[in-house]
Design a protein around this ligand. Structure first.
Ligand code: C2E
Ligand code: CA
Ligand code: CA
Ligand code: CA
Length: 277
């Protein structure tokens, strides 16, 4: 059922260039959805690449819509980026993440959160983060990582580097997400003082068979190691892929092989099962 409503919902969005009145309705809906608590945080486990330990999570948003069901971010984030609602959405996610990190069960976990380009250049972003740190003095922000993409750097690479330095002064780590997907990856790597590289899952998907992807992934890992960055392999779906990234000594692995993104309560169950093994 959820799948079906998701699909009809997708059509609804896909039509938006044809009918102007519908997206307006949805835009106003997203705004109130954020205020009404319909935006929820899901957690996908991030494993030590040995595969036997949960290192942390990536926070991913879901719109739990009263009639359409669970709407994945791909269906509303592009719209939110267009109309500016992404600022409120990302802030909401950060608030939810701090609230979870404040709980006992999360004290040892590293949490990564995605931040859109617009947010990164918002002057109030740094003061918003500082405010969360004051609200939750117990939260260890050295376990918080903010994920940005190359897209964030395209606009103003010096500005992005400045924001990164300010966040690092607070103890927060920065990851470059979807690495290798863009056209200027190496250039940004040189200019942005990031801590972590997340290898885009497009390069993992055809391992171990694809000879070109093998060369690309092993080169990225070699490069990242020379630059003393942490490395996350995204989209690990099979044991063969995991073995491959283990042999390269990637630090962390994330993907459906371990778990899809889970509701907080489901994630805690997953964590307990894991600890029990
Ligand atoms: P992303 O940051 O690259 O997140 C990883 C996406 O890959 C997630 O999709 C996740 O569910 C999916 N994934 C994880 N493991 C596997 C796997 O093994 N195989 C496959 N095929 N997919 C896997 P999701 O949750 O639909 O998120 C899509 C994108 O939406 C994210 O891509 C991110 O760019 C954006 N996004 C999600 N939450 C937020 C948010 O709170 N703020 C912002 N600004 N963007 C967000
Ligand atoms: Ca991400
Ligand atoms: Ca990614
Ligand atoms: Ca992405």
């Amino acid at each position: 059922l959820a799948k079906e409503s998701g699909r009809s919902n997708y059509k609804f969005f896909a039509n938006d260039s044809l009918h102007d009145s519908q997206p307006l309705l949805l835009e106003s809906e997203l705004c109130s959805a954020i205020a009404n608590g319909e935006i929820q945080v899901y957690f996908q486990p991030k494993m030590a690449s040995s595969g036997d330990q949960v290192y942390g999570v990536e926070a991913l948003c879901r719109w739990v819509h009263p009639t359409h069901g669970i709407i994945p971010p791909g269906q509303f984030i592009p719209l939110a980026e267009k109309n500016g609602d992404i600022i409120a959405l990302d802030k909401k996610m950060i608030e939810l993440v701090f609230a979870e990190m404040n709980k006992e069960a999360f004290r040892d976990l590293h949490v990564a959160v995605n931040i859109s380009t617009q947010q990164f250049y918002n002057n109030r972003f740094l003061s918003f983060i500082r405010k969360q740190m004051e609200l939750y003095p117990e939260v260890d922000v050295t376990k918080l990582e903010i994920e940005i993409t190359e897209e964030t750097a395209i606009q103003d690479v010096e500005g992005a580097a400045h924001t990164i330095m300010e966040l690092k002064k607070l103890g927060i780590r920065i990851a470059l997400d979807d690495f290798g997907k863009g056209f200027n990856s190496l250039n940004y790597l040189k200019q942005l003082p990031v801590d972590t590289l997340k290898i885009d899952r497009a390069f993992i998907a055809n391992l171990p068979e694809d000879f070109q992807d093998q060369a690309i992934v092993s080169s990225i890992v070699t490069l990242a190691k020379k630059l003393q960055l942490s490395i996350v392999a995204e989209g690990v779906e099979s044991q063969e892929q995991l073995t491959w990234v283990q042999n390269l000594e990637c630090d962390y692995a994330q993907g459906y092989m371990f778990s899809k993104p889970l509701q907080v309560s489901e994630f805690l169950t997953y964590l307990n099962t894991f600890n029990a093994i």
